[in-house]
Write a protein that binds this ligand. Structure first.
Ligand code: AMP
Ligand code: GLY
Length: 433
C-alpha cells in the first residue's frame, strides 16, 4: 500500500514513524519535515491546497492519503479525493464543521442531546454583553471564537471586566478576523480533561487510547493557551466505564446525527472531554489526531494502522478492533522562547542525535528546518520528545533525560508534563492503572 501523509508537524512525524515501520519505503509526505525526511520521501506541496494534493496523489498512484492537520479538511480535500475516486482518511468539508465552526458543533450537540457546556451564540456585541449582565453563566465564563484559531481562540474570563474586554476583542476589534465574527459564550466546566480518539467510518467507531494534553504555556497550567505543550497516554482517568459512556453518550450519537444530517463522519473524531461530576461533557471536537497527543497515542497502537484507516474509508469498520499497549508514554514539547506569542526562528539545535539514541525514547520534529549550517528552529513548537516506561514516573524520567541533551537558544519546556497521571483524583482516590 502506498501512503501519502499530509502535514509537517510532530503529529505527522508520529504518523510517518508508525506507517513507515509497517510499510517501509511506501510512505511519502507533503510537505513533511526534516525528521520525516529521514524515514520517508518528502515532496513539496501546499498542504492546504486540495487540488495540489489530489494531483500529487494521482501522480504518485497513492492508495491511501492520511491528513494530519484540520486546514486541508476544512478546505475540502476529502471531497476532492472522493470526487476523483482516491481514498483519503479524513472528513468532508461538511463533516469537518464539527471543528471548523464551534457554533455548528454546539447547535449540532443541542440537536442530538450530546452532553456539553450550556451556551449561547452571538454575533452582536450588545446582545453578547447583555447576556453576560444577565448573570446566566456566572464567572469564570468561557468565550470562543467560532472559527479555526490554532487553539488560541478561547478566552476564560474570570470576571465581568475581562469578559467584556474579550468580547470586544473578538466582535469589535476582530482579533481573530472572520473566525471571531461569531462568538460562543459558554458555561465553565470543572473537572479533569481527557482527549478521546475514535477512528470512524461514517457509522461505526473504533476507539484508540485516550490521552491528556497540557494546553497552557507554563507549569501548573498557567499562562496562555497553546497548541499543546505535552501529553501523556493512556490516561488513567479514562476508565473502562467512562470509555463506554463516552462511546454511548457522545461518539455514537455524533455518528448517527452526522449521517442523519447528510454528512457522515469518516476520519479520526477527537473528543476533547471534561470529566465532570455529572459525567463526561464535550469541550470541543477536532476532526483529526491531536498534536502532541498523536505522539503518545500512536506508539500505543499495537496493530497495523493503515488497514484500520483504509477500512474506515471503505465504510467497513464493523467487526474491527484495535490492539493497544498499556505502557505509559509521556511526550514533552520543546518550544521556541515566546511561543505562543512571537518568537525567533533559525536558531541552531544541538543534541538531537544523542537524545534520539536514548533508550525508550522517540524524538519527533515539528518546527525544524535543515540548512547548510545544520538543523535550525522553524516554528513555535520545535520538537516532541517521548519517553516510555513501566510507570509514568519512569516515562517522565526518560523523556526529560533525553530532553536535557537538546538545546537551542531560548528553548522553553514545561517541567511538569505527565505529573498529573499519578496525582490523586479530586475525590482523593489514586487513579487506577
Ligand atoms: P478548546 O480550544 O475549545 O479545546 O479550548 C481550549 C481549552 O480551554 C480547553 O482545553 C480547556 O482547558 C479550556 N476550556 C474550553 N472550554 C471550556 C469550558 N466550557 N469549561 C472549562 N474550560 C474550558
Ligand atoms: N493538542 C490539542 C489539539 O491538537 O488540538
Amino acid at each position: 500500500m502506498k501512503i501519502l501523509i499530509v502535514g509537517n508537524g510532530g503529529r505527522e512525524h508520529a504518523l510517518a514513524w508508525k506507517l513507515t515501520t509497517e510499510h517501509p519505503g511506501r510512505v511519502i509526505c507533503a510537505p513533511g519535515n526534516p525528521g520525516m525526511a529521514e524515514i520517508a520521501t518528502c515532496v513539496s506541496a501546499d498542504p492546504t491546497n486540495p487540488e495540489a494534493l489530489f494531483q500529487l496523489a494521482e501522480h504518485e498512484s497513492v492508495d491511501l492519503t492520511v491528513v494530519g492537520p484540520e486546514a486541508p479538511l476544512a478546505n475540502g480535500v476529502a471531497d476532492r479525493f472522493a470526487e476523483g475516486g482516491r481514498r483519503l482518511f479524513g472528513p468532508t468539508q461538511a463533516a469537518a464543521r464539527l471543528e471548523s465552526s464551534k457554533a455548528f458543533a454546539k447547535s449540532f450537540m443541542a440537536r442530538h442531546r450530546i452532553p456539553t457546556a450550556a451556551y449561547e451564540i452571538h454575533e452582536e456585541v450588545d446582545s453578547a454583553l447583555a447576556s453576560l449582565s444577565s448573570g446566566r453563566f456566572g464567572y469564570p465564563v468561557v468565550l470562543k471564537a467560532d472559527g479555526l484559531a490554532a487553539g488560541k481562540g478561547v478566552i476564560i474570563a474570570s470576571d465581568q471586566a475581562a469578559a467584556e474586554q474579550g468580547l470586544r476583542e473578538m466582535l469589535v476589534d476582530q482579533r481573530f478576523g472572520a473566525a471571531g465574527a461569531t462568538v460562543v459564550i459558554e458555561e465553565y466546566l470543572v473537572g479533569e480533561e481527557a482527549s478521546f480518539f475514535a477512528v470512524c467510518d461514517g457509522h461505526t467507531a473504533v476507539s484508540l487510547p485516550s490521552a491528556q494534553d497540557h494546553k497552557r504555556a507554563f507549569d501548573d497550567d498557567r499562562g496562555p493557551n497553546t497548541g499543546g505543550m505535552g501529553a501523556f497516554a493512556p490516561t488513567p482517568r479514562m476508565t473502562e466505564a467512562i470509555r463506554s459512556e463516552v462511546l454511548d453518550s457522545i461518539v455514537k450519537p455524533v455518528l448517527a446525527g452526522m449521517a442523519a444530517e447528510g454528512a457522515p463522519y469518516v476520519g479520526v473524531l477527537y473528543v476533547g472531554l471534561m470529566l465532570t461530576a455529572n459525567g463526561p461533557k464535550v469541550i470541543e471536537f477536532n476532526v483529526r489526531f491531536g498534536d502532541p497527543e498523536a505522539q503518545v497515542v500512536l506508539p500505543l497502537v499495537d496493530d497495523d494502522l493503515a488497514p484500520l484507516l483504509d477500512a474506515a474509508v471503505a465504510g467497513e469498520l464493523r467487526g474491527h478492533s484495535c490492539a493497544m499497549r498499556g505502557e505509559p508514554h509521556v511526550g514533552v514539547v520543546a518550544a521556541s522562547g515566546g511561543y505562543p506569542g512571537s518568537h525567533k526562528t533559525g536558531l541552531p539545535i544541538t543534541g538531537l542525535s544523542a537524545a534520539a539514541a536514548s533508550e525508550d525514547v522517540l524524538v519527533f520534529h515539528a518546527g525544524t528546518k535543515q540548512t547548510d549550517a545544520g538543523l535550525v528552529t522553524a516554528g513555535g513548537r520545535v520538537l516532541t520528545v517521548v519517553g516510555r516506561g513501566g510507570t509514568f514516573a519512569e516515562a517522565i524520567g526518560r523523556a526529560y533525560g533525553a530532553m536535557s541533551l537538546i538545546a537551542f537558544d531560548g528553548m522553553h519546556v514545561r517541567t511538569d508534563i505527565g505529573r498529573k497521571a499519578d496525582a490523586p483524583l479530586s475525590d482523593g482516590r489514586r487513579p487506577a492503572g
